[in-house]
Write a protein that binds this ligand. Structure first.
Ligand code: ZN
Length: 369
């Protein structure tokens, strides 16, 4: 039996260890991917240190477990029932796992499945361990199995390291789809300097949005975001007045067509509430960030102004493919990403460094197994 290296978490709060385990064999509808890079999201440190305390209803896989949310690599082998994916394909593996056969899954709405699980990360289902048992390989190992429905083909002009960022870029894209972002619109992106914020900005501009208004805390990062498209991006420092009033003042009193709330983990609920007030009549507020508390919303205002408040979580594999296709044509330029690669042996350093990272949404920490 062929062997491989895998970083495994044996106990919460302890470093992962690099173990030698068997290379898995793909089941009929699965593919085997040789992992070339796996992105580390800022939240990974929270997941392996705090999640069972913060969100006990979102279980982690049974330990020892292989984490790693955003793997990209080359298809090594495919199961006998796989028709479209073939060995040698360059791919990103979307970690969204679902049951595949319930009513919403049959309708293609995998993220609404009650088994919704992010492979190599955490589940949102009390029965998530069923999914982790089927797919125990996150991206912090040399080979992983994945269902064929999770595969995004990446173009030649997209590096594996860039593809390791597709999880959050795709999540931003999913949020913009919920916002029905399009030409002529004005976006307000709360938390614009973070991973989701920067990606949302570039995708909104690529989707034809006329202007992006954004808020953040770090002045240096706000400047860097503004430089991405100086005549189409305006930024405001959080804490220097009301973001909602600012958005209205920049849109002739109307407000933004949509608000993307992309604030960091455990950001104060008041920040979101303020920005929501910057949405126009009939606009949409999409929450995709880290605010985690009860939001006191004036529901009469929601009704009178016909504002929609929408939760957005991850993205469909097809949407992931659309992002990859935008990179292929040059509509989306990922050269803003500053990649910091770490060998698998340094996975712990990569995770803890990511948590303290100061480059915000521009940085791209990847593990190279
Ligand atoms: Zn399902």
């Amino acid at each position: 039996m062929a062997k491989m290296l895998a970083a495994r978490l044996h106990a919460l709060g302890e470093p992962m260890s690099v173990d030698t385990i068997d290379v898995p064999t793909p089941r009929p509808t699965d593919v085997l991917v040789r992992v070339k890079a796996c992105g580390i999201v800022p939240n990974m440190a929270n997941v392996i240190n705090n999640w069972p305390t913060w969100y006990p209803h979102q279980p982690l896989p049974k330990l020892p477990a292989i984490f790693g949310l955003d793997p990209a690599g080359v298809v090594e082998a495919v199961g006998e029932a796989v028709l479209n994916t073939k060995p040698g394909d360059r791919v990103y593996v979307s970690p969204l796992r679902s049951c595949g056969s319930c009513q919403v899954c049959r309708g293609g709405e995998l993220s609404r499945c009650r088994y919704f699980t992010l492979n190599g990360y955490f589940s949102t289902s009390r029965d998530g361990q069923r999914i982790f048992d089927l797919y125990p390989y996150g991206g912090f190992c040399e080979y992983m199995t994945a269902p064929q429905y999770s595969i995004v083909n990446i173009p030649d002009n997209m590096t594996f390291e860039q593809a390791g960022k597709l999880g959050y870029i795709g999540t931003s894209y999913g949020a913009l789809k919920h916002a029905t972002a399009g030409p002529g619109q004005v976006a307000l992106i709360d938390g614009i300097t973070g991973t989701l914020g920067v990606a949302s900005t570039l995708l909104a501009l690529a989707s034809g949005v006329s202007k992006v208004l954004g808020t953040g805390r770090n002045e240096e990062l706000l400047k860097r975001v503004k430089e991405l498209a100086p005549d189409r991006i305006e930024v405001m420092r959080l804490g220097e007045g009301s973001s909602g009033e600012w958005a209205k003042s920049r849109t002739g009193g109307e407000g933004a067509d949509f608000v993307i709330s992309a604030l960091g983990a455990k950001a104060p609920v008041e920040t979101m509430l303020d920005s929501m007030q910057g949405v126009r009549r009939g606009g949409k507020v999409v929450n995709v960030g880290g605010v985690a508390d009860r939001l006191p919303v004036d529901v009469k205002w929601l009704m009178d102004e016909q504002v929609q408040l929408i939760g957005s979580n991850w993205f469909t594999t097809a949407q992931g493919q659309e992002v990859a296709d935008m990179v292929a044509t040059g509509a989306l330029d990922l050269s803003y990403l500053i990649t910091k690669p770490f060998p698998l042996a340094n996975v712990n350093e990569a995770i803890s460094g990511r948590a303290a990272d100061r480059d915000g949404g521009f940085s791209n920490y990847v593990v190279i197994p």
